[in-house]
Design a protein around this ligand. Structure first.
Ligand code: NAI
Length: 697
């Protein structure tokens, strides 16, 4: 966690050294500033080069210091940049591989920049709901040009150095080299050692033709694209200052903008999600250095909806897949669907034709268990019936090589029970993918009672390889996500009983930010699925009360989009949800039969009942140890259930509202005679947190 200082001939080299990406943490900043001072004090030194050790120039702020006072301890990043910029000897940045955020801001404070091709250049702060706060918004437009700088700052996306070097008139890079950037920068530093005055980016002018029209247009674009997020627009305004204000005033406004954005709930939510994702990959009792099993070959059992999508994940990552079915017809259908999905990607230009062929070449269809025995991981995705799972797992136990991981994609069945069908329960784990499995980011890793630690470590790592966000869940009905959604759906049903229309509930949920309200979602997924689950559970849990409206809907054959009729009507081939007279009549009759007098329900109540139902159930999950941490629950909802990212997930949202207020709302809902008073008893965890003045996250 430092910066290394050495003198090579008459050039001082300061190498940022804070693995993995040379984050500009306190020790590193202090050592870099000390390096500049040593160079200034050494008469033999004529010029200075700053570079980064290993695989980055610098990735920017040190995330280990986020939210800690150390992030601002002097020298803070702004002060370090001033030390560099005010050096009386020329400072050259030798940039390679990664130069992002504070790393780029530091480079912009140098007098010259030499860059190696392929380096990824970015100011990604907007992705955390922030703006670059160490001069980036003022220096990048001056060095690169206003329009490209604005695009980078508002989008946060990385751009390869060689593309930026082609921007006409740019002064961001003084030299672009193929390799050996440090040697090139040292040679460059020697060349410019005696040149004065020293060029400073702050002295350049940020210019753009027809500035008012340009920024007016840009503002319209950004406003349209960034609803719910204040940061992109603030980034834009701040870039505009580089044109209209003196440098120092622009820096002052940038600082104010940064501080204001830090306080927004949107930035808090995005930063929460950033750390939640990292936390989710860790399992308390499975150390990071747990040995892992090698996964080079995968087998998938069942080529239906899920089996096909699951296979594609591995093919995309270059891992071979053997897919097994019981009947040739089902196998052919499954393979055809995979092909069709890839072909659609090729047609849209999202996948190159040769890549498509490479992926298909990794896929082997089979009807024979003998063909999968040597796979390192097998994922079962057959019908959701315990008897079928039993047959499959007994067979897998017979044929799979020792040490193979046996996974089930079951969404509701008991993974411990499934493990007990084998003589190797330690090798059995749940891998619960979400539909469409090749698209959805969430993967619930279901840890059975006997699942071995190295199995968990292996699948968590594998999840990263196939670009999934893995969250560990204990065994229970529905695991984390579906057990919570059941409570959300129950509330949606009660809201209909009480007088809402499906469209009113959906609109309120969508205004809150959900990708889709509960009823549009039901129509998309198929209302018959929930119907089947409720029928099964009616026997298991006779005391659980539900609105009967969803059953009545299914009795009318209204399963959703697939039958062109569900909670809404649909025109053939169209997905637009049209409010349905049939459904309105059905609801009115239902209420009349039960003697319910419908009431007006506010949007606020709708949203609170849906979301706090998730929160209360999640609190139980945490207490039972099914979920490891509140932020894991948020990851499940952000990546698998369309929960609005700018709200950070249900638990983060509950914290924003304040748990005391959440409890008050629950007490109100418990008094509602139509609702389930017992459910609204706040979970003991919530009560405890309120008593201690604490929050979930
Ligand atoms: P599906 O009905 O589309 O596919 C099941 C496939 O398994 C069929 O192609 C069938 O021929 C095959 N199959 C049945 N018995 C078999 C056996 N003994 N050996 C080999 N193949 C056999 O079902 P879907 O939707 O793909 O679900 C599969 C599993 O994934 C279930 O456990 C389900 O609960 C779970 N799941 C489903 C999700 C969904 O949204 N559809 C989401 C997450 C999990």
């Amino acid at each position: 966690m430092t910066a290394i200082y050495e003198v090579r001939g008459n050039v001082a080299v300061i190498t940022l050294s804070n693995p993995p990406v040379n984050g500009l943490g306190y020790e590193t900043r202090k050592a870099a500033a000390a390096g500049i001072e040593s160079a200034e004090n050494d008469p033999a030194v004529k010029a200075i080069v700053i570079t980064g050790a290993g695989k980055a120039f610098s990735g920017g702020a040190d995330i280990k210091e986020f939210n800690s006072p150390k992030a601002l301890a002097e020298p803070n990043l702004g002060s370090l940049i001033l030390v560099v910029e005010n050096s009386t000897k020329p400072v050259v940045a030798a940039i390679h591989t990664v130069c992002m955020g504070g790393g780029l801001e530091l480079a912009l404070g140098c007098h010259y920049r030499v860059v190696q091709k392929g380096a990824k250049i970015a100011l990604p702060e907007v992705k955390l709901g922030l703006l670059p706060g160490a001069g980036g918004t003022q220096r990048l437009p001056r060095a690169l040009g206003v329009e490209p700088a604005m695009n980078m700052i508002v989008s946060g996306e990385p751009v390869p150095a060689e593309m930026l070097a082609m921007v006409p008139g740019q002064k961001l890079f003084d030299q672009v080299v193929d390799d050996n950037v440090l040697d090139a920068a040292i040679a460059f530093a020697k060349d410019v050692a005696d040149k004065r005055p020293l060029p400073k980016v702050r002295d350049l002018k940020a210019r753009v033709a027809n500035a008012d029209a340009f920024f007016g247009f840009a503002k319209n674009m950004v406003t349209g694209m960034s609803k719910n997020f204040p940061a992109p627009l603030k980034c834009l305004e701040t870039v505009q200052n580089s044109v209209t204000m003196k440098f120092d005033d622009g820096i002052k406004a940038e600082r104010e903008g940064f501080v204001a954005l830090m306080q927004t709930p949107e930035s808090k939510a995005l930063r929460h999600a950033f750390f939640a994702e990292r936390a989710a990959s860790k399992i308390a009792d499975v150390p990071e250095d747990t040995p892992q099993r090698t996964i080079a070959k995968v087998a998938v059992i069942g080529a239906g909806t899920m089996g096909g999508g699951i296979s594609m994940n591995f093919l995309n990552a270059g891992i071979s897949v053997t897919i097994l079915e019981t009947k040739q017809e089902a196998l052919d259908r499954g393979i055809a669907t995979i092909k069709k999905n890839y072909e659609a990607q090729v047609a849209k230009g999202k996948l190159k034709a040769d890549k498509y062929e490479q992926r298909m070449a990794l896929l082997t269809p089979t009807l024979d268990y003998a063909a999968i025995g040597d796979a390192d991981l097998v994922i079962e995705a057959v019908f959701e019936e315990l008897g079928v799972k039993e047959t499959v797992f007994k067979k897998l136990d017979e044929v799979m090589k020792p040490g193979a991981i046996l996974a089930s994609n079951t969404s509701t069945l008991d993974v411990n029970k499934i493990a007990s069908f084998t003589k190797r329960p330690q090798d059995v784990v749940g891998l619960h993918f979400f539909s469409p499995a090749n698209v959805m980011r969430l993967l619930e890793v279901v840890r059975g009672e006997k699942t071995a630690k190295d199995v968990l470590a292996t699948v968590m790592q594998l999840a990263k390889k196939i670009k999934k966000t893995a969250v560990v869940s204990g065994v229970c009905d529905g695991f984390i996500g579906n057990r919570m959604i059941e409570q959300y759906s129950r509330q949606a049903g009660f809201l209909l009983d009480e007088g809402c229309t499906p469209a009113q509930v959906d609109k309120a949920a969508e205004k809150f930010g959900f990708a889709m309200g509960p009823f549009r979602m039901g129509d998309l997924a198929g209302n018959d699925i929930g119907w089947a689950i409720r029928k099964r559970r009616a026997a298991e849990r006779p005391n659980m009360n539900y609105s009967k409206t969803a059953d009545l809907l299914c009795e009318l054959g209204r399963f959703g989009q697939k039958t062109q009729a569900g909670w809404y009507d649909y025109k053939p081939g169209k997905r637009d949800a049209i409010p349905s007279k049939v459904v309105t009549d059905m609801l009115e009759k239902y209420r009349a039969d039960k003697g319910i007098v419908p009431r007006q329900v506010s949007d606020e109540e709708i949203v609170q009942r849906l979301v706090f139902a998730l929160v209360n159930e999640a609190a139980h999950l945490l207490e039972e140890g099914i979920a490891q941490r509140a932020s894991d629950v948020d990851m499940v909802y952000l990546t698998g259930y369309g929960f609005p990212v700018f709200r950070g997930g249900p638990m983060c949202y509950a914290d924003t509202v304040g748990l005391f207020n959440v409890v008050q709302a629950m007490k109100r809902f418990a008094k509602n005679p139509m609702d389930d008073a017992k459910f609204w008893e706040p979970a003991p965890l919530i009560k405890r947190l309120v008593a201690e003045g604490k929050s979930f996250t």
